[in-house]
Design a protein around this ligand. Structure first.
Ligand code: HEM
Length: 474
């Protein structure tokens, strides 16, 4: 039986205000930083209130393990915020759907049919072509015109995911461009804190400030485009081309066998974009920023990557497997700059005790991966960018080592790790193999602006500009 309120031991909390609770303490618009400072005072399990909703903030590897391993089933739920429900087919996708039979079914479709190791290998041509395409774009710009790497990474990840999902580049068609615009709106809207989610009687706010209207418009636009893409594919069915290995066709092939409906199909496709585009480009942006800020790292990385014989024109997945420093560089960048610093919120399905504290059903859980990556308990000199720390270490970001969890972990952990890593590793290898790099406009490495811009995925505030000169070695 539930303990009476007076007997419960709650995690420490900062003082809160009536009605809004602790929302005012998230003032800087970079909540991962505010929450990190609060946790330093109140502890790595800290209870806040957003309006009337209890929110548990987790800021250490040990506590993250409690959530994602020890009590994984209890914390495998997700809160259904209004924006999520409106934008993503009532949360009928994998990322946002409540924990249960439906989620298990759609997740297994995605894991087995779209993101298995075998499938990821089969997308290797797409990866290679898209990396080559970006290399060509950079070659076309002269050695004296800065390259906007932030913009390039964005189109790389859109095209990579677009081709894996639909078989075509979205930037090539009018419909595709519209879809990308609507996706940008969707990502922004998912990042906005909707006051009505936390203070129910303020639900009307969304109706007067225009957010509800934007949610409806964006959802409608996305649905129309997805519907027309599906119609197109259904008409073309029977015309088998050899490049049929993309998500939509696989889903359409198994559509009837796995008995999912049309909205579910669209929600799954949408998930791949929500989960895979912004995250990949953000990771690449921060990784290149750190390398440009640390010329010694760049040199060591180039040495490793350029060890591939010159006569071998293209790097393959097999070559990448031997590049330990390259992998260490990406891990180190994700430790300091997890693209989703607070991961994706979880929800406690039942009352539970964590480390002696009582957590009630309905508590939202946010895991501060950004803070965990800087925790002195887990890391030596955490503020330093030092890929070497991973060279003699088995720590990986696959969701088993809780000091490094940019992809989350447990049964709700990211199923796209292999696909994301394969794309990022190949692109990074190509970029440092084929070009010598320096910062644009005479910016010294130590002076590079590293500020973050707010949102669900945390990008650079200012685009990364760099000068590329074709490497004499290739
Ligand atoms: C650098 C790239 C990526 C990062 C940093 C990332 C991060 C994450 C995180 C933090 C979660 C929540 C995990 C949790 O609650 O424990 C997640 C879930 C998810 N991701 Fe990724 N992701 C990336 C790429 C991808 C890609 C490429 C795809 C698919 C093509 C993908 C699909 C998903 C899906 C479907 C979920 C929901 C899993 C569930 O709720 O059961 N992600 N991702």
């Amino acid at each position: 039986s539930p303990k009476s309120a007076s007997k419960r031991t709650l995690p420490p909390s900062p003082p809160k205000l009536p009605i809004i609770g602790n929302l005012h303490q998230l003032g800087s618009s970079l909540p991962h930083r505010d929450l990190h400072s609060l946790a330093k005072k109140h502890g790595s399990l800290m209870l806040l209130h957003f309006g009337s909703v209890p929110v548990l903030i987790v800021s250490s590897a040990e506590c993250a393990r409690e959530i994602m391993v020890t009590h994984d089933t209890i914390f495998a739920n997700r809160p259904g915020f209004k924006a999520m429900k409106k934008l993503v087919y009532g949360c009928r996708d994998v990322l946002l759907s409540p924990y249960g039979e439906y989620w298990r079914r759609v997740r297994s479709i995605v894991v087995l049919q779209l993101l298995s190791n075998k499938r990821v290998q089969s997308y290797s041509t797409i990866r290679e072509e898209e990396a080559a395409c970006l290399v060509n774009k950079i070659r076309e710009s002269s050695c004296t015109t800065p390259v906007n790497l932030s913009a390039m990474f964005e189109s790389f990840s859109n095209d990579l995911i677009g081709r894996s999902a639909f078989g075509g580049k979205l930037s090539d068609s009018e419909n595709g461009k519209k879809f990308l615009d609507a996706m940008a709106d969707l990502l922004e809207l998912l990042g906005i804190i909707n006051i009505g989610d936390f203070i129910p009687w303020l639900g009307w706010v969304g109706r007067v400030n225009g957010v509800d209207r934007r949610l409806d418009d964006t959802a409608k636009k996305i649905d129309q485009i997805l519907e027309s893409v599906i119609q197109e594919r259904l008409h073309e069915k029977g015309i088998k081309d050899k490049n049929r290995e993309h998500f939509l066709d696989i889903l359409l092939d198994i559509y009837n066998d796995v008995s999912i409906d049309r909205d579910c199909l669209k929600a799954i496709i949408l998930d791949v974009f929500v989960g895979g585009t912004d995250t990949i480009s953000t990771t690449m942006e921060w990784t290149m920023s750190e390398i440009l800020r640390h010329p010694a790292v760049m040199e060591k990385l180039q040495h490793e990557v350029r060890g591939i014989p010159k006569q071998k024109p293209e790097i393959t997945d097999d070559d990448i497997q031997k590049m330990h420093y390259l992998k260490a560089v990406i891990k180190e960048a994700m430790r300091l700059h997890p693209p989703l610093p607070l991961l994706v919120p979880r929800l406690a399905s039942k009352d539970v005790q964590v480390k002696g504290f009582d957590i009630s059903a309905g508590t939202i859980v946010m895991i501060n991966a950004w803070a965990i990556g800087r925790d002195l308990i887990s890391w030596v000199e955490p503020e330093k960018f030092m890929p070497e720390r991973f060279l003699n270490s088995s720590i990986d970001f696959k969701g088993l080592d809780f000091e490094l969890i940019p992809f989350g972990g447990g049964r709700r952990g990211c199923p796209g790790i292999t696909l994301a890593a394969a794309g990022m590793e190949l692109l990074l290898a190509d970029l440092v193999r084929k070009f010598d790099w320096k910062l644009a406009n005479g910016v010294e490495p130590k002076d590079l602006d590293m500020s973050e811009s707010p949102g669900m995925t945390v990008h650079r505030a200012v685009p990364l500009l760099a000068l590329a000169s074709p490497s004499p070695a290739t």
